[in-house]
Design a protein around this ligand. Structure first.
Ligand SMILES: Cc1cc2nc3c(=O)[nH]c(=O)nc-3n(C[C@H](O)[C@H](O)[C@H](O)COP(=O)(O)OP(=O)(O)OC[C@H]3O[C@@H](n4cnc5c(N)ncnc54)[C@H](O)[C@@H]3O)c2cc1C
Length: 322
């Protein structure tokens, strides 16, 4: 018998809960209604990460404590998750579509003999059925995927697809589970963990982003945009056409098949505003866009618009923010 619980795997990296976990809690609370939102946390005995998770107001946190969990492998975590899921039979399990989530979720899916939809851009419930929305057919259409016959229903969601919101004074039940047997997966051993500092990681988590589109691809404009990026302490991202430029790569791309970003400030320079791009910027707070075409769709997504040349804008703007 399936429990009315939506589980979220609490992803940690170098002892810090990753933002995607909080984003998933907020979304799960929004869509779950009659279901409990339950976080599954694996940590070492001297860690207290449940205190951080509590601030986002899930109904329950299942904590498994064991010193071997400080640097457990993805296979070992998947084994423990399987034992827990077989015991409590949740309705659904959600993961961040991160390097770690993409490694643990399919292992768990195979062990539980169920379905998994990766890289979802939206989730909702139709009664007990999890509706998992993701781009399909070469990213050209959005598909709603369901798993009607097997449980749990499993999905992964890219970081920054949803916004996280703290819940003041939430009452959260913490359940410590201490009777799981730790099954070692000896083929891989983690010797050391170091923070990931890839470029894409830094755009996805940046507070300020300067984004370049094809209308800002001249070398002189790129130089000015780099100066602005440095002055603002921002990170630089690009639309897909710019990934062919020698200075950029797919790691810098914003959008449906690139990074989903959620900065406090986003400046779009010479970006048209194709839907495949705007999907990746919806969580941005303040959007300023510069485009010489007054009808460019990017302006519909913008708080402030400048109709004109990107290079001219940059020269004037750089003068006033000396
Ligand atoms: C399956 C699929 C997935 C895709 N995924 C992504 C994705 O993840 N990210 C992404 O970005 N794209 C993606 N695309 C491509 C997307 O459809 C657009 O083609 C792309 O976003 C357009 O980039 P752009 O706005 O830089 O270029 P353009 O569409 O060429 O627009 C350039 C803009 O610059 C303006 N401009 C020109 N000169 C100047 C100037 N001097 N000053 C100011 N403005 C100027 C123009 O008016 C125009 O609006 C995808 C496409 C497909 C089919």
């Amino acid at each position: 018998m399936t429990n009315q619980e939506v589980w979220i795997y609490a992803e940690k990296h170098v002892g810090i809960i990753q933002p995607v976990t909080y984003q998933l809690i907020t979304k799960a609370k929004e869509i779950s209604k009659d279901k409990k939102v339950v976080i599954v946390l694996f940590e070492a005995t001297d860690e207290q990460l449940e205190m951080d998770i509590k601030e986002y107001g899930p109904d329950e946190i299942i904590v498994v404590k064991d010193d071997r969990l400080r640097d457990a492998t993805d296979s070992e975590i998947a084994n423990l998750m399987t034992a827990l899921a077989e015991r409590r039979q949740p309705n659904s399990i959600l993961f961040g579509a991160t390097v770690v989530g993409r490694s643990i979720a399919p292992r768990l899916q195979a062990k539980l003999n169920t379905g998994l939809t990766s890289d979802c851009l939206n989730l909702s419930f139709d009664d007990d059925l999890l509706i998992q929305t993701k781009p399909s057919y070469g990213d050209n259409i959005m598909c709603e995927i369901i798993c009607p016959n097997q449980r749990p229903q499993m999905a992964s969601v890219r970081p920054n697809t949803f916004a996280a919101q703290k819940v003041p004074d939430a009452s959260v039940v913490v359940t410590e589970v201490s009777d799981l047997s730790f099954k070692e997966a000896p083929r891989v051993k983690i010797l050391e963990e170091t923070p990931l500092l890839s470029k894409s990681d830094s755009i996805a988590n940046a507070d300020r982003v300067v984004a370049l589109g094809r209308g800002a691809s001249d070398d002189q404009v790129i130089d000015l945009a780099e100066e602005l990026t440095r002055k603002l302490g921002a990170k630089m991202g690009v639309t897909r056409p710019l990934t062919d430029h020698v200075k950029f790569s797919g790691e810098d791309q914003i959008g449906q098949s690139g990074n989903t970003i959620a900065p406090k400030l986003l400046i779009n320079l010479g970006v048209h505003g194709a839907v495949q791009y705007t999907t990746g910027i919806e969580q941005s707070d303040l959007i300023i866009s510069i485009n010489k075409d007054a009808d460019a769709p990017i302006f519909k997504y913008s708080d402030f618009s400048y109709i004109g040349d990107a290079g001219d804008f940059l020269k004037s703007f750089l003068k006033v923010i000396q």
